[in-house]
Design a protein around this ligand. Structure first.
Ligand code: FAD
Length: 291
């Protein structure tokens, strides 16, 4: 099923997972898939390493398993920075042969020690390329707090509009911990003429290491309420996990109340956390009036 069509009659609720590292067998993720599909998300997206680390094959295998074994709609991520046109052609062909029709088209991050392939410089070029091939539903990434390489948010939104004009039918945000950031971003994107559904990316933070990694990687700002919580519970892993789950639920309830198009949960392959959150918000999701 094409994901864009899902937004017409309900608030979309989706998950993101990552494949095991190249050194681990793919079977190590099977229990996670089993547990996550049981929560009946609208779709599950599967990340794809930008550097051709070999886990691209696992992305395809996992997406196929979700579809064939569980009947869950998969979305495969596809970063282009380190891939040539020929390689992208082969990957798209494999997606098509395996019935994977939803793609999150990305530039990807530069991998240290690897030269970019230079066939695709920005995600918008990949999006237009996939659109011209036909048959795929395309999504793109967006950044409520501005992409770290962009000079400012207005410029970043201008390039985001290029991605939508090139064929992105739906957007998924980088994680954020302050909903006001998202509301401001949504206002600014609408003003810039972007009118495709925007899913809010929510990451339940459940341990201190994860927080440090996230902040270094994506520069998300941390509201006082959030840092206070981390400081208070940092020496008690279970309490921090529970507080992190409650924080994510609070964010999601507020977003749904405000009429968000969808919630994309960065599950970090943790079915326990995904279950707690899904159970807490399922009644609210069902109560949202169908437009
Ligand atoms: P782009 O849209 O190309 O933007 C990158 C930068 O270039 C921005 O600063 C933008 O303002 C600028 N820019 C865009 N167009 C132009 C232009 N025409 N001229 C000048 N500047 C321009 N990475 C992975 O490797 N694998 C994954 O599976 C993955 N999944 C992700 C999922 C989500 C929901 C998100 C939000 C990110 C994900 N990423 C993933 C990370 C992503 O690849 C990085 O954030 C990357 O740095 C940017 O990718 P992009 O597609 O947003 O790039």
């Amino acid at each position: 099923m094409k994901i864009t069509s899902m937004f017409s009659n309900h608030t979309v609720f989706s998950f993101e997972i990552f494949p095991p590292k190249k050194t681990s067998p793919i079977e190590t993720v099977y229990d996670t898939l089993e547990a996550l599909q049981d929560l009946k998300p609208d779709f599950i997206s599967v990340t794809f390493g930008a550097g051709g680390s070999g886990n691209g094959e696992n992305t395809l295998a996992i997406a196929r398993r979700l579809k064939e074994r569980y009947g869950v709609t998969p979305m495969a991520h596809l970063p282009c920075i380190h891939y040539t046109k020929d390689q992208i052609d082969r990957i798209l062909e494999q997606f098509r042969e395996n019935g994977i029709e939803n793609i999150l088209a990305l530039r990807g991050d530069r991998v240290e020690g690897m030269q970019p392939a230079e066939d695709f410089i920005h995600a918008s070029e990949l999006i237009a390329y996939i659109r011209d091939k036909g048959g795929f539903d395309i999504a793109a990434a967006c950044y409520p707090e501005c992409h770290p390489e962009a000079p400012n948010l207005d410029t970043d939104i201008r390039y985001l509009k290029e991605k939508v004009d090139a064929g992105a039918n739906h957007l998924i945000t980088q994680l954020f911990f302050d909903n006001d950031t998202f509301y401001d971003f949504r206002y600014r994107t609408a003003r810039a003429g972007i009118n495709v559904p925007i899913e809010a990316g929510i990451m339940p933070v459940t341990n201190r290491k994860q927080i440090e990694r996230m902040v270094t990687m994506c520069g998300a700002s941390l509201p006082r309420k959030f840092t206070k919580m981390v400081q208070r519970f940092e020496d008690s892993p279970e309490a921090l996990r529970d507080a992190g789950i409650a924080y994510a639920i609070d964010q999601i309830v507020d977003l749904i109340t405000d009429g968000v198009d969808g919630i994309h949960l960065y599950t970090m392959n943790n079915p326990y956390v995904a279950r707690k959150i899904s159970e807490a918000v399922s009644g609210i999701l069902k109560a949202v009036p169908v437009c």
